[in-house]
Write a protein that binds this ligand. Structure first.
Ligand code: GLA
Length: 382
């Protein structure tokens, strides 16, 4: 990230004396759409991030400049002051959610920018939320713990951006650690760092560059399906709070009580919760063939049962399979964005050039390729 440009702009608008903070986008090796179902996820922060420089301005207003949008906004911090610009709502939401939790926030000036590709499933919005949640907590010495910082970002999505997301993205962005993936149990919030250095393999993202207009409403609809299925199962098994608590046979018991669509969604989730555990076991044995196989199974589920894939992503997945890639699947919420691919080093260059050519021939535009470096999450830079 070019922090120089941010600093230059900051000084030209607000003068010297700012402090600089950053937080990261994320990947997720496996465990998709499991977070809001109380299951496991297995994400890590990446070397694509948001950087913000911030300084108190002695007023009760926030003045923010987005370098990427080349736009500025000024707003107050009361509930009725919500700005109309979508990008500013993330910042506004973080401030409101901090205040709701008893944190102090006073007026400040900020300039920020990022290199997390938008709409690629790499959680640019969580990176933005986590940067400001962390920065505000540090500057105003609110003493809010890291989990609550992640929840401030999640609640921002729920209450100010219309996405009923789980905790994974903000968790990864806040807790990310260089070189490690993190397995999080989204029900108990227990987590464990797993050093991730697959000898002889590379992780590469292939971005279809497809963005689905209705992704947030489709995402929320998936969540509702899961909640209906869990509620039906709970009638027979009162101990069930989430789909992650369910045995597969318990789902079969309610097959006639829920829609076939809800059934398929739940079938996917129950399988995916188990796959995360299988992948963790496989990683402990350095068995990347199993890790890859699970990734393909996840893609199948996301495409055919959860129905959050699309033609371009299915094409990328199939191309990977046919060209000897160890594992491949759609990553993140879906409805466009990237596939994550586990590729043997010796196949890497050929795969990247072949997938570019094949995708461009079929869809008329090149996919983007991102190498992944697992990096630190939210932090102060100077
Ligand atoms: C989005 C959400 C996350 C998670 C993923 C799917 O990234 O923000 O909470 O549900 O989709 O795993």
């Amino acid at each position: 990230m070019n922090t120089e440009k941010i600093h230059e702009k900051f000084v030209s608008l607000y003068g010297e004396g700012g402090r600089t903070y950053s937080s990261a986008g994320r990947i997720n090796l496996i465990g998709e759409h499991t977070d809001y179902n109380g299951g496991y996820v297995f994400p890590g922060a990446i070397d694509k991030c948001i950087v913000a420089e911030i300084k108190l301005n002695g007023t009760d207003k926030v003045r923010a400049f987005s370098l990427d949008y080349d736009a500025s906004v000024e707003f107050g911090m009361a509930e009725e002051d919500k700005p109309s610009e979508q990008w500013a709502c993330y910042l506004f939401g973080v401030i409101r959610e901090t205040i709701k939790r008893g944190g102090v926030v006073k007026g400040f000036d900020t300039v920020f920018a990022g290199d997390v590709p938008l709409g690629a499933g790499l959680s640019s919005s969580a990176a933005l939320e986590s940067t400001f949640a962390f920065a505000i907590n540090d500057i105003f010495e609110n003493g809010i713990d890291k989990f609550t910082l992640a929840k401030i970002g999640q609640s921002t999505e729920h209450n100010y951006c219309g996405v009923k997301c789980g905790i994974m993205d903000q968790f990864a962005s806040v807790f990310g650690r260089k070189g490690s993936l993190i397995r999080l149990n989204c029900k108990t919030l227990e987590y464990k760092y797993f050093p991730f250095d697959p000898k002889g393999y590379k992780l590469v993202l292939v971005d279809s560059c497809v963005k689905h207009e209705l992704a947030s409403s489709a995402y929320n609809a998936r969540r509702e399906s899961c909640e209906r299925a869990a509620a039906a199962i709970k009638k027979n098994h009162p101990e069930v709070d989430f789909l992650s608590d369910c045995k597969r046979v318990w789902l079969d018991e309610v097959r006639d009580e829920i829609s076939s669509e809800d059934f398929l969604r739940a079938e996917y989730v129950i399988g995916e919760v188990q796959r995360v555990l299988d992948v963790c076991d496989a990683l402990e044995r350095n068995d990347y063939e199993i890790v890859g196989e699970m990734m393909y199974q996840t893609h199948f589920g996301l495409s055919k049962l959860y129905e959050v894939s699309c033609e371009e992503l299915d094409f990328l997945n199939k191309f990977a399979r046919l060209n000897g890639v160890t594992g491949s699947r759609v990553m993140g919420g879906g409805f466009g964005g990237c596939t994550i691919n586990l590729v043997k080093e010796e196949l890497y260059s050929r795969f990247v050039s072949d997938v570019r050519a094949a995708f461009a021939e079929k869809f008329g535009h090149q996919p983007k390729i991102y190498d992944v470096v697992i990096s630190d999450g939210a932090r102060k830079l100077d």
